[in-house]
Design a protein around this ligand. Structure first.
Ligand SMILES: Cc1cc2ncn([C@H]3O[C@H](COP(=O)(O)O)[C@@H](O)[C@H]3O)c2cc1C
Ligand SMILES: O=C(O)c1cccnc1
Length: 595
């Protein structure tokens, strides 16, 4: 995580920066400010205050070449204080103060390249100068201009930028709008170093067919593009917006509830099936509801960089092998879909292998970045993945699909799912971590540390769903979020699956507020984070069968129950129609009437 801490003089920026890197382990402190040659007691006392505040275990390196220092120790947690001091030293030593039209871009580029190459935590401090008056001297103006330029260049290669004003922290989001401050997390990212796991090899089939039904691309409702302002030229970060989401029809819900009371059964005796039928009727806007005729599950496939760090019981190669297995019809999702009359479509968003052409129409990249230390996706890739999910939903809805299911396939994907759920619901890593594919205790420790590191990187972006996806999700989960949001914007009901879909659903409800009303939770996964996600979404799962597979299997298991609920409401006789007496009659009367 690279953080740039900006602030005015005595704004609290250095103390805040120090709190960001505070840890039990050693921290390298790159001091760039040298004492003025004339000797200045106030200057000396400022430097002494800084020194005294730093924990004793920190290593102070006085340097005029921070880029070289960063390159020499790219993995060490480092605090550089400050960029202004470095600039001053550079101008002093090169006579730059006197040079008109000074171009320091090569030096700035060199420093930025070094910052980009850092893999450990790095916090850089710099002054935010010239908010008010333009300096009255040429030297002052040169310094303001150069430092402003340098700050902007460094900000562009940082994951997070904050501005300290009077001790208060303002998050500077990348589209220019400040976001609310979250307290810094002092747990250090590099406290646990990952150990490569040696997981069991899978014997999954690799053969497959290219056959897949692809619907034509049709018109879209409620998807206006916005363009992020600070993208580099050529990177088309057009992030779709969704909605507004119109809630399912209250009128049809009331009609369905009323009809339930008239069906030939004791009031309320079909339990949750009655609620499910009311949800279906209100989504369909029909009274009574009709059976869903074209339920379709889309399996979003993608690999995750973090899976190479030993967080799963299976190796990443299984993702591509399982995609082939799904295309060939051999996975659980295929079997369950066949049982229930659903169609399966698999989409490769980020599998780290060559997949059949028919499944890679929306492919964004090979694997995601390792969420512990780098963004899972670039801004442009995030936009493309969310857009892909939206387009997949549009394709299906336009071709007549009346019920959607999202499924997942991607070794390691319960780690980003836990990071997203933990971050959004503000729960600790140990609370959201789960056993995924069935990991052992050593893997559990690595996975928990990875979730902690991912959450640490994700927390600053908790209020920004797109940025969250970019920071820790991956193309498959980002597409899933776009898919779920667009389904709601297009008034199409969805049955949610397990923890991975649950994580995408949390983000989708932030992308398209109110989307949750269009979703039914098919089941409760054995992954602990799933219950937390469903609670936040205020959704009650239909089934609890200790399933922990994904692929859409839990949602498909719930599908026959949904169809039964709808069938009961639409096809059962009413008391009136069947001549059955309602409650309030004697037992003898009721017996007579029902024969
Ligand atoms: C053969 C096989 C088939 C699967 N189908 C779904 N998953 C599920 O398990 C994985 C997530 O768990 P973790 O985070 O522990 O890797 C994902 O691939 C998910 O789709 C499978 C996993 C395997 C091994
Ligand atoms: O709940 C899920 O979706 C899940 C659980 C374990 C492994 N893969 C998926």
């Amino acid at each position: 995580m690279r953080t740039l801490v900006l602030g005015g003089i005595r704004s609290g920026k250095s103390a805040y920066a120090e709190s960001l890197v505070a840890s039990d382990g050693p921290v390298r402190y790159l001091a760039t400010a040298t004492a003025p040659q004339t000797g200045d007691p106030d200057w000396t006392s400022r430097i002494t205050t800084h020194r005294e505040r730093r924990p004793s275990g920190w290593v102070t390196v006085e340097t005029t070449d921070p880029a070289a220092e960063l390159r020499a120790h790219p993995g060490s947690p480092t605090l550089l204080d400050d960029l202004g001091g470095w600039l001053t030293g550079h101008l002093d030593s090169t006579g730059g103060w006197e040079t008109e039209h000074l171009d320091l871009r090569p030096q700035f580029d060199d420093l930025c390249a070094a910052v980009s190459g850092v893999s450990g935590d790095l916090v850089l401090v710099s002054s935010e100068v010239g908010l008010g008056l333009v300096a009255p001297t040429p030297v002052g103006r040169r310094y303001q201009d150069l430092l402003g330029e340098l700050n902007s260049a460094v900000a562009a290669v940082c994951d997070r930028v904050v501005l300290l004003v009077a001790g208060r922290v303002l998050e500077m989001s990348d589209n220019g709008a400040p976001t609310p401050h979250r307290a810094p997390d002092v747990v250090h990212a590099s406290a646990v170093s990952p150990v490569e796991a040696s997981p069991p090899q899978s014997s999954t089939a690799t053969s497959g067919t290219d056959e897949q039904t692809v619907a034509s691309n049709g018109h879209r409702i409620g998807a206006e593009p916005i363009v992020y302002g600070d993208e580099p030229a050529g990177a088309a970060s057009v992030v779709p917006t969704f909605g507004p989401v119109t809630p399912p029809s209250r009128e049809h819900a009331d009609a369905a509830r009323d009809r339930q009371t008239r069906l030939t059964k004791p009031a309320g005796s079909l339990g949750r099936l009655e609620e499910i039928s009311v949800w279906a009727a209100s989504c369909q806007r029909t009274d009574p509801p009709a059976p869903f005729t074209a339920p379709t599950v889309v399996v979003f496939a993608g690999d995750h960089g973090v899976a190479r760090r030993g967080v799963s019981a299976y190796p990443p190669e299984v993702t591509a092998q399982m995609v082939a297995n799904i295309v060939a019809g051999g996975a659980a999702v295929n079997v369950f879909a066949e049982q229930t009359g659903a169609t399966v479509r698999v989409e490769d968003l980020g599998v780290d292998a060559e997949t059949p052409e028919a499944v890679r129409r929306f492919k964004v990249r090979h694997s995601s970045g390792d969420l512990r230390t780098e963004d899972a996706l670039s801004a442009d890739e995030t936009a493309r993945a969310v857009t892909a999910g939206r387009d997949i939903a549009d394709d299906l809805i336009d071709s007549g699909v009346d019920l959607l299911i999202a499924g997942d396939m991607g070794i390691g994907n319960t780690t980003p799912a836990a990071v997203l759920i933990g971050t959004i619901t503000d729960n600790e890593p140990v609370v959201v971590v789960g056993r995924g594919t069935g990991i052992d205790d050593a893997t559990w420790i690595r996975k928990t540390a990875a979730i902690r590191d991912g959450m640490r990187r994700a927390r600053p972006h908790v209020g920004d769903p797109q940025r969250l996806l970019q920071t820790v999700a991956g193309a498959d989960i980002a597409a899933m979020a776009g898919f779920l949001a667009q389904a709601a914007a297009r008034a199409t009901p969805v049955i949610l699956d397990g923890v991975v879909v649950g994580a995408a659903a949390l983000v989708a409800d932030a992308l398209a507020p109110g989307a949750r009303d269009w979703w039914l939770a098919g089941h409760l996964s054995a992954e602990p984070a799933h219950r937390i996600a469903l609670d936040r979404l205020d959704l009650t799962p239909v089934l609890e069968l200790s399933m922990r597979l994904g692929e859409g299997s839990g949602a498909l298991t719930a599908l026959p129950i949904v169809q039964s609920a709808v069938a009961a409401l639409s096809r059962m006789a009413t008391f009136d129609g069947a001549g059955v007496s309602t409650a309030g009659v004697t037992a003898a009367d009721a017996t007579t009437a029902s024969h």
